[in-house]
Structures are given as structure tokens and as C-alpha cells.
Design a protein around this ligand. Structure first.
Ligand code: FAD
Length: 449
């Protein structure tokens, strides 16, 4: 019996869809032999048993918003789409937990929690497209990481189909639990290489009553970062502190309510949440701190409309960078907070040496800098590759990491040995072997071959 006939006999209907020929949000392209959309866990269990029997690869896919090629079928085989497993089983107000299926869109989960006065804080910018299963698999984060942490901090328990087809439940419904190794956290961030997440128990917290924001313009990044340090050491913990460098600002000149003052100008966007009276006072204090440090313009956003305008401007920066370049490499390094100005100050040197244009923005409060590396042509990829490698090497020298939130997937696996020791990689590949001895689940990812 052919693989296809066997799949059909097991009730697994392949659907070849063009969507999978335009893969995820990275620039990589791989085509699967087959796409299977499932609705039930038992279908996934059958598929994995079959994959072991016939030794074909299965690559889990959520919303396909990943930027590292993690859901791409680099070795062909089956792409397993979880987008139809998208039920929100419950948002439980007494336990403050949500029970959901993996294909639930991040935004849908946040909205369902919000409707019951509860908050699921992780706010990756691609939340309209990303699924909660994908978020856990990549341990996604967003601006609110600074105050609230990343996705893994909100995962209490998981249901997972192992590569063998066996089913495992990890964690508990409680906020604490220290029984045995923490397998929940092992699956979080494992990029779909250790198991397929089919159910999630997620922690919710009370929805903040109010939000306030302000933006501040500084003459340069070191001054802006001095303001960040001053805000944090004065007892404030904003729900976001984002920065945009001068190059980014120049791309959205038309959306700014001020003329960008200088070549090195830097914008900070600061958002706080909490009780209305408290945040009204606090945002004023933060504004004063920025002015005292040397902000040239302060742009308070007292209402939702103004706040949305600021965030829309931030979103437009990414879109315009992408649209204006022949080559676009989105790196998402993180460095210790104190090293942000030093890293950004070195970027012009890399630009000149390797023919690049680099736009830097990101989470000033947690050191995660989106280095949007672009070039006007794809003619000299060897030179570009060398430039990227040298930038990542500098990041590591500064005590940083090559990926703060997007993951390694396919796109960055060649850089892994720059950050991890041979011993660490060996141990991790052994873990993969224990879970997946036949290498059928998302093979060829994370670890260089
Ligand atoms: C415009 C835009 C903005 C973005 N902003 C952010 C941001 O602010 N922060 C951030 O962290 N990321 C961001 N991203 C990247 C992306 O949204 C995240 O990586 C997201 O978590 C991917 O979710 P997904 O459902 O789209 O997963 P996919 O892209 O489908 O898959 C990603 C990985 O997860 C695995 N996977 C998916 N579902 C499952 C499952 N159920 N079980 C096991 N493994 C699974 C896949 O195999 C793959 O390795 C952004 C992307 C875009 C396009």
C-alpha cells in the first residue's frame, strides 16, 4: 500500500494548498510532498505512528508567521497544519487559567481572556497570524516581556503527541508544581522538534485597569538608554520600553508629529499599565525623568487613539524596511541592557565594510534589538553572510545571544556553534534522539548538520 493510500485509510486527508508554497515569514522556500490539516489529536497520533513505520518527516505548522523557517519542510514529507485545532475550551475565572487548542490565534486568546477581565500578556507583534502552539514552540515574546515575561511563563501544562505517536500530559493546572523534571518548559522553545503540542493550560492574570504611554525624542541612543536606566532604577516597571534609531525614524517621517531633529535622534516609546490614578501620575513622572536626562521632545499619548497611532508608526517601520530592500535579513539579537548603545554605535562600521544598511529598533527594556539587515542587491551574498556572522560574533562577545525571540529553526542553525559549546550541542542532540530516534519530527532544524 502506498503512503498516500495508508494515510487515507487512517482518515488523514491530504490537502495541497498554495499557502504552503509561500512558506513562513522568513525568506526560505521549501515545498512539502503533502499537507495535512487535522482537527483531532488522534489523527496526529496515527500520522506519527505511520511516519515511524515509513520513516517520513512531519513538520508541525501553526500560523506560519515564524521568521526562522521553523515550520518549513526542509526534508520534504508532510506539513502538519494545526490551524483547524483552534478551540478555546474554557477561560476559567476562578482558577485564572485558559484551556485551548494549539491552533488558537494569539489575538483570539488575548481577546477571550480580556472579555472575562483577564489578561494573557505575551504580545508578539505577529499575533493576528501566530497561533498559541507556535508561540509556545518558539517561546515568543513582545514589548510586554519587560514587565510580564515571555510565553513560557504562562504555560502551566501541555498535552503533547510525542514523535512516536504516544501522548503525554505535562505540568498541572496549579500555579506551582515541582514534581519531576519540568517537561513543560523543555517543550517550550523546542521549535516543534520534540513533540506536537495538542492542548495547553495557560496562566492568566487580572487585566490591567488602564494603560498610558508617552514617547520621548533624544539626540542620540546613549542618552535614550540613560533615560531607560533612570526609569528602571527609580522604581518604575513599564509594560514596554521600545526604541527606534534615527534610520528607522527617517523611514516614517510622514507619520511623526515632529521633524526628526538630528542624524542620531532616537525615539523611546514607554507604556505603563495599572490603576488609572496611579498610572496618570507615573507617566508624568517618567516624562519628567526623560526631560531631565535630555529629551528634546515629549509626546504623551493620553488616550487609546494616540497610543494606537504610536504603535502603528512602529509597525510601519518594519513594513517599510522590508518593502525598500532587495535583501532583508531580520536578526533579533539580545545584549545586556548596558551594551545596547555600544552595539548600535558599531553598526555603521559593519555597514561600510559589508555594503549593508542596518535599521535597529527593539525592546530597549530587555536588550532585544531587531537588527534589520538589508542590502540593495543579492549579488554578493558571501559578503553579506560574512557581515552577518561578524555582527553576531560581536553580539556574543558583548555577552549577548543571537536570538532573543524568533528562534533558530532553519535560518540560523549555521550560527548555533558560535554561541553554544560543542558539549552543549551534543547534549541537546542526545535529548532530541531520546524523543525522536527515527528523526521523523521536524528533522534538520536547530542543530547544524
Ligand atoms: C509581522 C511579524 C511580527 C512578529 N513579531 C514577533 C514578536 O514580536 N515576537 C516574537 O517572538 N515573534 C514575532 N514574530 C515571529 C512569529 O510570529 C513567532 O515566532 C510565532 O510564535 C510563530 O507562531 P506560528 O503559529 O506562526 O508558528 P509557525 O511559524 O507556524 O511555526 C513556528 C515553529 O513552531 C512550531 N510549531 C507550530 N505549532 C506547533 C505545535 N502545535 N506544536 C509543536 N510545534 C509547533 C513549528 O514547527 C515551527 O518550528 C513575528 C512575525 C511576524 C510575521
Amino acid at each position: 500500500m502506498t503512503r498516500l493510500a495508508k494515510l487515507q485509510e487512517l482518515g488523514l486527508t491530504p490537502s495541497n494548498s498554495l499557502q504552503f508554497l509561500t512558506p513562513d515569514s522568513s525568506e526560505l522556500r521549501y515545498t512539502p510532498e503533502m499537507v495535512i490539516r487535522v482537527k483531532e489529536t488522534r489523527q496526529i497520533r496515527r500520522l506519527m505512528r505511520l511516519a515511524n513505520e515509513y520513516r517520513f518527516p512531519v513538520t508541525p505548522r501553526g500560523g506560519g508567521s515564524g521568521l526562522a523557517g521553523g515550520c518549513l519542510p526542509v526534508r520534504g514529507g508532510v506539513v502538519l497544519s494545526l490551524e483547524n485545532m483552534n478551540r478555546i475550551h474554557s477561560v476559567h475565572t476562578e482558577d485564572l487559567v485558559a484551556e485551548v487548542q494549539p491552533g488558537t490565534l494569539t489575538k483570539a486568546l488575548r481577546d477571550a481572556a480580556r472579555n472575562k477581565g483577564l489578561f494573557f500578556p505575551p504580545d508578539p507583534a505577529g499575533m493576528d497570524q501566530s497561533t498559541i502552539g507556535g508561540n509556545v514552540a518558539t517561546n515568543a515574546g513582545g514589548p510586554s516581556c519587560l514587565k510580564y515575561g515571555t510565553t513560557k511563563d504562562y504555560v502551566l501544562g501541555l498535552e503533547v503527541v510525542l514523535p512516536s505517536g504516544r501522548l503525554i500530559k505535562t505540568g498541572t493546572r496549579t500555579r506551582k508544581g515541582v514534581v519531576g523534571y519540568d517537561l513543560t518548559q523543555l517543550f517550550a522553545g523546542s521549535e516543534g522538534t520534540l513533540g506536537i503540542i495538542t492542548g495547553l493550560i495557560l496562566k492568566l492574570i487580572p487585566f490591567p485597569e488602564a494603560v498610558a504611554a508617552t514617547s520621548a525624542v533624544f539626540n542620540d541612543l546613549p542618552l535614550a538608554m540613560r533615560a531607560v536606566t533612570k526609569i528602571l532604577t527609580s522604581g518604575h516597571l513599564p509594560s514596554a520600553i521600545e526604541f527606534l534609531d534615527a534610520k528607522c525614524l527617517s523611514l516614517v517621517n510622514d507619520l511623526l508629529p515632529f521633524k526628526v531633529p538630528g542624524e542620531k535622534s532616537t525615539l523611546l516609546i514607554i507604556e505603563i499599565d495599572g490603576a488609572p490614578n496611579q498610572i496618570k501620575h507615573e507617566i508624568d513622572v517618567i516624562g519628567k525623568i526623560c526631560e531631565n536626562v535630555g529629551a528634546t521632545h515629549l509626546l504623551p499619548a493620553p488616550d487609546n487613539e494616540e497610543r494606537e497611532r504610536i504603535w502603528e508608526m512602529r509597525r510601519q517601520v518594519s513594513l517599510r524596511i522590508h518593502d525598500n530592500s532587495a535583501l532583508y535579513i531580520p536578526e533579533d539579537v539580545a545584549v545586556p541592557l548596558g551594551k545596547i548603545p555600544a552595539l548600535v554605535a558599531e553598526l555603521p562600521k559593519f555597514e561600510a565594510e559589508y555594503g549593508l544598511e542596518i535599521y535597529a529598533f527593539g525592546h530597549a527594556g530587555d536588550g532585544n534589538i531587531h537588527l534589520n539587515i538589508t542590502a540593495q542587491s543579492r549579488d554578493n551574498m558571501t559578503r553579506v553572510e560574512k557581515g552577518v556572522r561578524n555582527i553576531l560574533s560581536r553580539v556574543i562577545q558583548m555577552g549577548g545571544t543571537i536570538s532573543g525571540e524568533h528562534g533558530i529553526g532553519e535560518a540560523k542553525k549555521r550560527y548555533l556553534p558560535m554561541e553554544l559549546s560543542a558539549e552543549s550541542i551534543r547534549l541537546q542532540t542526545e535529548i532530541k534522539n531520546v524523543f525522536d530516534p527515527n528523526m521523523v519530527l521536524n528533522p534538520g532544524k536547530i542543530f547544524p548538520e
